[in-house]
Design a protein around this ligand. Sequence first.
Ligand code: PTJ
Length: 240
Amino acid sequence: MTDIPESHPRYESLKMRESLVKSVEEGITSQAGLIAHGRGEMFDYLLGEETTEMAKKAERKAVAELDKAENPVISINGNVVALVPRGIIELSRTLDAKLEVNLFHRTDERMKKIEQKLRENGAEKIYGLDPEEEIPGLDHKRALCSHDGIYTSDVILVPLEDGDRAQALKKMGKKVITIDLNPLSRTSKTSDITIVDNITRAVPNMIRCEPLQEDFDNGYNLRRTLHYMSERLKILSEEI
Ligand code: PTJ
């Protein structure tokens, strides 16, 4: 790994890149995961790499919904494990939510490596390893899921998800919560609660935050986020 000095102005961002590159080398994160991360970085730049008020609200509402769910599940993929291996396990404990590995680019080898990484970071029960069910409407491997996990979940957190699966989960009648830096993605627009924040900030915030019991309008929150990004672009353009 390259030695990045903490004084580097883009230290946090470079550390994230390093974690992902290492994770690809270990066979945990897919190569496509690097491209997905680059897209996320671009949107994070527009947010000023900070958690907005809109994201804080979505995080608090997400915690409230996961708290009161009967079978809450957190879906894990190769990018999530690379970026927040400990945090995601701690979040599942604070919410009493199940952890399920559910991959877009699923191979037995990646599943084993992700399982190992999660165990090294303290995970106990992990769902999705011997799936008995399929999410209807998706082609084979990315549809595979556990009966007691995703299949029968009522509220599901799917960070950095692809649009097809988010839509398929909605069609199954689940409450879908996502963490996605792109407010324009299909996942963001399909989900009941969209947290437009970097997962590295969202997960620690969710561990600490006070659940939001008031009503929440996801469309309104997304529009405000887009407005915030466009206002920031205007301000930045005036500074050049
Ligand atoms: O590990 P696998 O095989 O399950 O594959 C995982 C990826 C992420 C490759 C797969 O789910 C995929 O292709 O996802 P998409 O369709 O590229 O969507 C990922 C979304 O996550 C994009 O909208 C990105 O902007 C967003 N994103 C990327 N990095 C972050 C992020 N959102 C929050 N925090 C990030 N660090």
